[in-house]
Design a binder for this molecule. Structure first.
Ligand SMILES: N[C@@H](CCC(=O)N[C@@H](CS)C(=O)NCC(=O)O)C(=O)O
Length: 308
């Protein structure tokens, strides 16, 4: 039997959640002749601090020294039926400084007046053409990793060429079973769809727990984008996915390597400031009314992580 879904348009007949495709997928490039050339001050990132997909791009902006070159605006973590909103009465949120938009949907409509999909974060906005460059977080991460290197003089490559094949393969497994796996478990509207997401999720976490015996990061001593892609899900795990999405075979604190790894990355410069558990918890528990119709915000866990 399948029941009412959080996003009915993205639900298959067997009750599993089938995420919509990203609508805008252009690239900022280092080449000055390209449609969207890398430039200081030209692009702007619209994000939610609650969203793991946006969080990846916030981290890459921070790690690659892009904050002085790419502005960022945080939306209200609580989404109503009109979607993501710009507000000035919630800590860390601001009104839209560029276009005076009240809702993020206005950025989507400015780019494609016929857009009728879900309006999602993150969004990379071009101030010059007044259009969305991309709402594809995978690609925004890669642009931030390397396209602005000449401007920032920033060196660390999170996708070194000798590892790229392995990075893409591990990214895929982690996307399917962990990043999207928690959503597939949470948004499942049948027992079968929930089971199909839950067990592979914990199989991958078990595998990653042993993999971390080999070194501090997923690829030994080299910090890669795969680490950040995994980490944004881990940091939310015990606070929301364990309870709200019913991913409760084990907690993250039950995995000694994974919890130490989560702390190791949290302590890297600039990262703790990107984490906001108030935005995270209020977004998930107060926005998905099909999953939490009472709108009660759970108090725990008492200490979300031993280190936070
Ligand atoms: N671009 C991402 C998805 C981004 C996404 O789904 N963001 C969520 C927040 S975590 C969102 O904006 N949801 C808006 C909505 O559900 O209406 C992907 O498909 O990989």
């Amino acid at each position: 039997m399948t029941r009412k879904a959080q996003f009915p348009d993205e639900q298959s007949e067997d009750g599993s959640f089938e995420r919509q495709k990203d609508a805008f997928d252009n690239w900022v490039s280092p080449s000055p002749d390209s449609q969207y050339p890398a430039a200081s001050g030209r692009y702007h990132l619209y994000v939610s601090l609650a969203c793991p997909w946006a969080h990846r791009t916030i981290i890459m902006r921070e790690r690659q020294g892009l904050a002085p070159h790419i502005g960022m605006t945080v939306v209200d973590p609580i989404r109503d039926e009109k979607g993501w909103r710009f507000v000035d009465n919630v800590p860390r949120c601001q009104p839209d400084p560029l276009n005076g938009f009240k809702y993020l949907s206005e950025a989507y409509r400015a780019t494609d007046p016929d857009y009728d999909g879900r309006v999602t974060v993150p969004v990379l906005w071009d101030k010059e053409t007044k259009r969305i460059v991309s709402n594809n977080d995978d690609n925004i991460m890669r642009m931030f990793n390397s396209a602005f290197a000449k401007i920032t003089g920033q060196g660390h490559d999170h996708c070194p060429p000798h590892l790229i094949g392995q990075i893409d393969r591990l990214n895929q497994l982690i996307y399917e079973t962990v990043n999207n796996g928690v959503y597939q478990a949470g948004f499942a509207s049948s027992q079968k769809a929930y089971d199909a997401a839950l067990y592979p999720l914990f199989d991958t976490l078990d595998m990653l727990e042993s993999r971390l015996n080999r070194g501090p990061y997923l690829f030994g001593d080299t910090l890669t984008e795969t680490d950040w892609r995994l980490w944004v899900t881990l940091i939310r795990f015990d606070a929301v996915y364990h309870g709200h999405f019913k991913c409760n075979l084990r907690r993250l604190v039950d995995y000694p390597n994974l919890i130490a790894y989560t702390e190791r990355l949290y302590r890297l410069p600039g990262i703790a400031e990107t984490v906001d558990f108030d935005h995270i918890k209020r977004h998930y528990y107060l926005t998905h009314d099909e999953l939490n119709p009472s709108g009660i915000l759970p108090a725990g866990p008492h200490s979300i992580f031993p280190f936070s």
